[in-house]
Design a protein around this ligand. Structure first.
Ligand code: URA
Length: 496
């Protein structure tokens, strides 16, 4: 029997190296006793046999799905996970299709462990609650947060990149009994060392609890679904959890009380007060794009700023002849703080190139400057802005146009059109032609590139993509005929 001691509890690379060497040395799974770190020190440490190398060395063969499965399984806290994976690795050398046999006990066990790990990761992304701590880190100006979480498995390293992407604008530390992840000034560090539960309390906890109680809808209570989504073991670290039993117990009575209440019109004085409410005066206009961008950082004109990471302002030359207006930043743009850097942006760049337009010569912006989304597990699902949000944000777009003074504005999609035209108009009626919009501004309307990414039928997608490129090409031709001195034709326009 060989005892193989791995230094880390969930390092797929370390396990892979050891397993590969054992496999090449012909060691059978039942001859290996796998251990990790501290457990291993009680036993005589044995190194895996050196990997044979050179001509004639056979390399283990595994199907594509195996590395991904192994990376999840290795994070499980089951001490048998390394042996299970090694058994699978050995068996895969004889049967490349083994992973497709769902009834095989080893395959079923590996899938079960991987599923539990994924679920644990998902719970971590949902139930980590950060508490703010004094900002004395190396990067002044960055706020600092600490969170405590108790995962079932060794998932800190696997899940940390999610938090690094989501909370890139702050420094944070997530401590767990199975290791910690720290993010400081843009650098993520992960450690396996178990942490002790810190004493965390935050004045914002009471605020959060009050908010939770306020949005708790007794009429939509589904206790079973709630328990499945938020198992009790997570409650001890959630500030809102203490409220839940009371809210559940009082739900029925609250629903009955709501049903008894007659609908009533607003009090008579409401309309008078509304009429007298002073109109908020527009802030004095900023004189430069940079000043405007700075000012927009603090925009709180509509509730979208509460959820979004940051204001995503337009970018491009301050004297661009062409301005391109989209809808609102997406998930990637919200995190990066720049417009059109995600999938729709990449498609836009390609289409512009093919139409002979260099994106760097255009000013690219959005009708709405904050990302509107609905949280769905780890995902943030895009939600279109409503007319009120578009109206609130029009002020910024108007100022961008006043300062850049483009010769032509391209509106991509219905939201951009609404913001630029100031009223609802049918995109199909205006598409592809240069028209005069508000203040005599030249406007060309086309579809939004994200629309192309959603067309399921390949032939239709191709046709619509060609039409989009034709619209951008029309914009370039119009600008050239209007004498715009732009380095637009960096690439030859492709036909059709
Ligand atoms: N969609 C938009 O409308 N704007 C962006 O910046 C990204 C996606």
């Amino acid at each position: 029997m060989r005892t193989i001691v791995l230094n880390r509890a969930a390092d797929a690379g370390e396990w892979r190296q050891a397993a590969r060497a054992l496999l090449l040395a012909g060691i059978a799974p039942h001859e290996v006793d796998w251990r990790t770190g501290a457990e291993g020190t009680l036993f005589a440490k044995e190194r895996p046999p050196p990997s044979p190398s050179g001509a004639g060395t056979r390399h283990p063969r595994v199907p594509r799905a195996f590395p991904e499965l192994a990376e999840a399984v290795i994070c499980h806290s089951d001490p048998g996970r390394f042996a299970l994976l090694y058994r699978l690795l050995v068996r895969l050398q004889g049967s490349g299709h083994l992973l497709e046999i769902a009834s095989d006990p080893d395959v079923a066990a590996a899938r079960r462990l991987a599923k539990a790990v994924r679920r644990d990761c998902h719970k971590m992304t949902a139930f980590v609650r950060f508490r703010e701590v004094p900002a004395n880190g190396p990067a002044p100006g960055r706020r600092r947060f600490v969170a405590w979480f108790e995962p079932d498995h060794h998932i800190v390293a696997r899940t940390a990149p999610f938090f690094a992407g989501r909370f890139a604008d702050m420094d944070w530390l997530i401590m767990t009994p199975k290791g910690s992840a720290a993010f400081e000034d843009g650098t993520l560090t992960v450690s396996d060392a178990p942490a002790l539960k810190p004493d965390l309390a935050d004045a914002a906890d009471a605020l959060w609890a009050a908010y939770y109680a306020a949005i708790f809808n007794p009429a939509r209570l589904k206790v079973k679904a709630m328990q499945a989504q938020m198992p009790r073991k997570y409650w001890r670290n959630l500030p809102e959890a203490a409220l839940i039993p009371g809210l559940v117990a009082s739900a029925q009575a609250r629903v009955a009380a709501m049903a008894r209440q007659e609908p009533h019109p607003p009090p008579a004085f409401h309309a008078r007060l509304e009429a007298r409410r002073p109109q908020v005066p527009a802030p004095p206009p900023s004189g430069t794009l940079d000043a405007l961008r700075e000012e927009a950082r603090a925009c709180a004109a509509c509730p979208l700023h509460c959820q979004a990471t940051q204001t995503v302002f337009g970018e491009g030359p301050a004297d661009a002849a062409l301005m391109i207006v989209g809808e609102q930043p997406g998930d990637r743009e919200d995190l990066a703080g720049r417009p059109f850097v995600g999938p729709a942006g990449r498609l836009l760049d390609r289409m512009l190139r093919e139409a002979g337009v260099d994106r760097r010569e255009a000013y690219v912006t959005n009708a709405v400057k904050h990302f509107k989304f609905e949280p769905r597990g780890k995902m943030r699902l895009h939600r279109p802005p409503n007319a009120g949000e578009v109206e609130r944000c029009r002020w910024w777009l108007g100022r961008e146009i006043d300062l850049v003074r483009p010769k032509l504005v391209v509106a991509m999609g219905a939201t951009a059109l609404l913001a630029l035209a100031g009223r609802k108009a049918r995109l199909a009626d205006m598409r592809g032609r240069v028209t005069q919009a508000e203040a005599g501004r030249a406007l060309l309307v086309t579809i939004h590139p994200a629309y192309l990414l959603r067309i399921p039928d390949a032939r239709r997608a191709e046709e619509e993509t060609r039409r989009f490129r034709d619209d951008l090409d029309a914009a370039r031709r119009w600008l050239e005929s209007a004498g715009a001195v732009m380095r637009l034709r960096q690439m030859p326009a492709t036909a059709g």
